[in-house]
Design a binder for this molecule. Sequence first.
Ligand code: BGC
Length: 747
Amino acid sequence: MNTVSRLVTFVLVLCFSSCLLSGAMTPKQIDKEVKNLVKKMTLEEKVGQMTQLTLETIQKKDSGPEFTIDPEKLRNLVVKNNVGSILNCGGQANYTKTWHTIITQIQDVATKETRLKIPVIYGVDSIHGANYIREATLFPQAIAMAATGDPDLVHKAGEITAMETRAAGIPWNFNPVLGVGRQPMWSRMWETFGEDTFIVATMGAAYIKGLQDNDISGDNRVVGCMKHYLGYSMPRSGRDRTPAWIPDREMREIFLPPFKAAVDAGVGTVMVNSSEINGSPVHASHYYLTEILRDELGFKGFVVTDWDDINNLYTREMVAPDQRTAVKMAVMAGIDMSMVPYDLSFYNHLIDLVKKGEVPKSRIDKAVSDILRVKFQLGLFDNAYPPADKAGQIGSDANWSVSLDAARKAMTLLKNEKAILPLSKKAKVLVTGPTANLLSVLNGGWTYTWQGDQEKLYPQEKMTILEAITAKVGADNVTYVKGVDFDKRQDYDKAIQAAADCDIVLACIGEPTYCETPGNIYDLTMTQPQLDLVAALAQTGKPVILILTEGRPRVISAIEPLAQGILATYLPGPEGGRAIADVLFGDYNPGGKLPFSYPKYPGGFEWYDFKKSADGNGGQVRFQWPFGHGLSYTSFKYANLKLAAERIQLKALKSLKVSVDVTNTGKLAGDEIVQLYVSDVVASITPPNKRLKGFQRIHLKPGETKTVTFELNPDAFTFIDHKSQPAIEKGQFILRAGDQKKAFWLD
Ligand code: BGC
């Protein structure tokens, strides 16, 4: 080939591949395709698109350890009954190879054997990484990601999760959780980004952009699903799927903004809160699902129910007398797709409701159009199959290093009396407690199984806390006695005796794995056997370090004074063991900050943005540790908090630039999460004492100073007034960062 023909071939190849790459259709083209397709569809085909079933409904009876599809069941549901969506993993995480077989079989039937060849949209919960794919990279759970104060890291985790999920052929992720975690008893607290609206909104939007980018048709992207809209994270009783009581004003101020931020970030789907707000089950609420979500927030994607929740309207919530009425209520409120998940009841009832004129055809057309639009956006009509083998990329070393980075950054040092930490690598340590030698407890629910409790499924090359400590300081320096399980004593006396021969006790306490309702508790206090063990260990006179591995802040006020050092690790994921050992022995300087207020008492919970009168005795609300708390092995000094203006005319307020200098005054390099708080001094609705309005994680070498700048927009000064409207009132505001504060006036 001569040079010219080589050049021509090169240009042709380039053109061909870029044509393939730019296969994404424009929104206009997609709308046209959707319109044309909907015109051709029968009522049954349309309602089938609104029906989502669980993978178990097409499982072959008595199939072996590998999930196997029964082709007849598959055809019956997808071809005969037009089912358009399938979810879940069939009991436990599958290897990518198995996923490829499952997805290929499903899409073969959907795109070759159905009349209109509409692909199925498959969805899973990739909650902390692609946790239903055996080879995937898993990250710390959301509560730990919030503690990192690093939205770029959350974005990166979103990108990796998307790539690894789509690599299995799955284009839809039921994540992120955007509930604001204000109920510390709740068994899903760890699925949230914590108690602060601003952090949840910031992290949620970063994650969605990581999952979706601007084009979800790519084979490394998935469509996200913000959940659980709305108010699910605030069950009054503290137990899962129980009623919330949230005044409209507070709902708009605290709970709605993260969903608004997600809509603005372009999220494609939403899943609904299983429970009720103020007596209205959200699945039956036109107000929440249509008036607020569609009309106010401008959401354009589609709405899926949570598991079995249309049935719950007549079996649990008692707002419908029967199943048929429940289906009508939900669809008319704004539900587009029902996660049924086991049968065709929704499908049959809805067809009948439309035929009898009880649900208008226009409502069905709108729902189907919104679902099909997402299928087009995902590129499923061009290629519904798993991408070519990405074996080396799923769970790559590079991806796992992001997980380790996140686990380290999440570590939050709560107490460090007389700088007991970091420990010398020569110290003789006793490692004890129920969380010391399990991988499952570092991960929590949504890990290989729903409950995450199948220890045998965890990758054996990852290290428990005990294994990581032993690897770091050598077996000769480590004694391990479990001492207690979560709910009972085990080799308790042996643990106390072992403490006598050691220099330091590392008590690993916390929670077993759980998810959703099985994680319900009636008392937030740490279990008694664990409290007893720590108290007895402290009696030996040996210094005690507590390593807390827990999905929610279990109350430890009885033993807190007995410990010299306390490290919050949350649910740090499979690299948590390494990260913990790194912090304990000084190979990583901790910089995480608590994303919730750690309660001191098992009742009367408050949040960091409490009102002045909240304590009732005129004093400060008493926390074990306040929101935003976290120590370092170095020290930081704040200076020169500066505002671009000290007074601004309210009408002219567009933004306010704020800066502060932070210096590392210690001897070690370290990270500091700089937090900016705003207080409205006097307002027509009793103002919170402060609200977080900006945060940035910075790294400082010893002696180094950085100037951190924030741009506050009017939202930073806005609250929701007594008419449920956003308001900014004239007057004084106080801005705080570290120990610095400055007054600011709106005139
Ligand atoms: C959970 C959802 C999840 C769904 C599908 C439900 O039980 O509440 O968060 O997405 O199951 O697995």
